[in-house]
Design a binder for this molecule. Sequence first.
Ligand SMILES: [Zn+2]
Length: 339
Amino acid sequence: MECYVCIHCHFYQPPRENPWLETVESQDSASPYHDWNERIARECYLPNGASRILDAERRIAKRAPEGYQRILDGDRESQKLFSGHGAALAQAYNHTILPLSNSRDKRTQILWGIKDFQHRFSRDPEGTWLPETAVDLETLEILSAEGIKFTILAPRQAAQLRVDKDSPWIDLEYGADSRHPYACTLPSGRTIALFFYDGGLATAVAFEKLLFSGENFARRLLSHFDPEGDSAQLMHVATDGETYGHHHSHGDMALAFALQYIQENKLARLTNYGEYFAMNPPTREIRIKERTSWSCAHGVGRWESDCGCNAGGGPGWNQQWRGPLRDTLLLFSIGRLQM
Ligand SMILES: [Zn+2]
């Protein structure tokens, strides 16, 4: 059995510029930094770009230049490491919840995301990350039509599986097995590949202090391989990138240690989604649950209604305002209302 490991980080911060001043104003809550962009960059983006690993003398070994350049360099380096496949993925341009957008806006978001990616990384993207992994078939159709080969979803967004064309569809009560990629056949006849990240591991990384120890993190990753299973298996986890360093201080170091530990001890082969897809194209087929996401148990209700999620405030806070706000913005967008 060949074991592969891939850790994907979704890095995203909303625009914080004051639209009138076009600068980010001082944010007291981000103290001692000027604002949250600066704080998160210092705590997470810069350290992850530098891959700090404490050696035996607890000195910090740093390699790589600053900030944005580190991200671009990282993608270039990943192409050398992973048979020409870069680790960076495109994403929808504005972090829009695509199943709630009309067809034209979906297409615009995806096309702008691809153009932006080409401009920055000087190559075509192989995969696209969907904001909040929110998905519907129309979104997948547009991705596939634009040449995108795969995206990544949460395991509970899988509805049905069949192991091959001659087998019956099976309901996936407990979500998809993350160790394999799947093909999703779309109404047009096109297909797109889907990876479903390991949900238990993502929760442990984000909320259960798994990043206290890089070695434990590595061991937990490796414990999910099935010795009786397929000849090739992928253990992968996708979380917000800010988990590593911002939400969990020094989480970037646990990540760097875990990857080094796996590689040096030859416990698995490190890869990325593009390389794994090229080496092990999906043989199983899957059907998705329409209009679902990784962060709302009610589908995509969190961004359009008072679904039961409480993503904003304390007791008594609710989302009843989201429907009317969205309706009003829609009226503006189709020209029925004017300022
Ligand atoms: Zn919800």
